[in-house]
Structure formats: structure tokens, C-alpha cells
Design a protein around this ligand. Structure first.
Ligand code: FES
Length: 92
């Protein structure tokens, strides 16, 4: 199965296999997402917003530590923790 990720600000859509984090997929496709802690879910610097396809069921413990309940409700996630499972649109 292939899923599509649409990067709204970049106006770029990529097709990938599910299972990798958004940060690693973005890096592979030369789309910059700040990652001060190197993708180790410690800094919160890779915060992005999922505009479509947000899944509130698989939020990691690290995301709960770095994001407020309100941010999570609005679709914010940590790109280094967010594993791609389905078509999404992100505000990058
Ligand atoms: S890169 Fe630091 S929390 Fe994701």
C-alpha cells in the first residue's frame, strides 16, 4: 500500500510506503523540518500540524509530554514521532 503526504506550504505531494516517521520521510525528500534534538523526541522542535488525516489514537508518550491537549486536538504532532499510516496533509 502506498500513501500520499501533501506538504501544503511546499505544495508538494509525495508517495511513500507507510511505517516511517514524517521526519524521516521529509528528510528523504529534502523537505526541511527543524529537529534540534536529532529526532529523538526530546526537544519539541519538530512540531508540525496535520491538517487532514489526523489520527488521535496513536499519539506517543513523548508527544503527550511536549504538546498540550489543545495542540493535540488541533492536529499538532511531533514529526519525529509521528508514524505515517495513511494519506495526510501537513502544514509544512
Ligand atoms: S526533533 Fe526533537 S522532538 Fe522531534
Amino acid at each position: 500500500m502506498i500513501v500520499k503526504i501533501h506538504f501544503k506550504k511546499s505544495n508538494k505531494t509525495i508517495e511513500v510506503f507507510p511505517g516511517n516517521t514524517l521526519l524521516s520521510v521529509a528528510r528523504d525528500h529534502h523537505i526541511f523540518i527543524p529537529s534540534p534534538c536529532g529526532g529523538n523526541a526530546r526537544c519539541g522542535g519538530c512540531r508540525i500540524r496535520v491538517l487532514q488525516g489526523k489520527d488521535l489514537e496513536d499519539i506517543s508518550a513523548e508527544e503527550y509530554l511536549k504538546l498540550s491537549d489543545e495542540q493535540i486536538e488541533k492536529g499538532f504532532r511531533l514529526a519525529c514521532s509521528y508514524v505515517i499510516k495513511e494519506d495526510i496533509e501537513v502544514d509544512i
